[in-house]
Design a protein around this ligand. Structure first.
Ligand SMILES: [Zn+2]
Ligand SMILES: [Zn+2]
Length: 171
């Protein structure tokens, strides 16, 4: 069983790298196929789902079949086209956080999710650090952020202007 090229997700370009999609020999609940990869992130749906393949996320089949969404966008940002919100909710793999995950937006569009980061990675992105500070996170907490720690940063990048965005989440 080989793993074919996974579909491209413009708001979550590397879902295997972020850990949202993992190798699995199990069947997809939507198409019933064993395609070698399943989604592990959050699913908000009417039914409890065991696993969805990235293809059934990309083409909207899982969202339609199970009335599922893979992220919660609350509140819906103003000035972002509803087609963008729809794509992020229904055709983009989400990611698991400690608390309710957030999707970030910039320049009237959804930002792309880069992945979990700690202070070591954030130091390369002063724009993201500044956003964390202006969100009210104290410096000692920002410096304690770690990819696998009890406090983690979630890094996004604006698809238009390239600015990095982040929020912090604590256990
Ligand atoms: Zn499938
Ligand atoms: Zn921007």
């Amino acid at each position: 069983m080989s793993s074919p090229e996974i579909p491209s997700f413009r708001y979550h370009p590397d879902p295997v790298g972020t850990g949202s999609i993992v190798p699995s020999g199990d069947e997809c609940d939507a198409c019933g196929d064993r395609r070698g990869l399943l989604y592990t992130g959050p699913v908000y749906s009417v039914e409890e789902l065991e696993g969805i393949c990235p293809w059934c996320i990309a083409d909207g089949r899982a969202a339609t079949q199970f009335e599922a969404s893979f992220t919660d966008v609350e509140p819906v940002p103003t000035g972002v086209p509803s087609a963008v919100i729809d794509e992020i909710l229904h055709r983009t793999p989400g990611f698991a956080g400690w608390q309710q995950e957030q999707w970030l937006f910039h320049c009237g569009d959804g930002a792309e999710f880069v992945g979990r980061v700690g202070f070591a990675e954030l130091r390369h992105h002063p724009d993201a650090l500044q956003m964390l500070a202006s969100d009210g996170n104290p410096p000692e907490l920002i410096e304690a952020l770690a990819v696998d720690g009890d406090a983690t940063g979630y890094l996004f990048r604006c698809r238009s202007c390239g600015q990095h965005l982040a929020y912090a989440d604590y256990l």
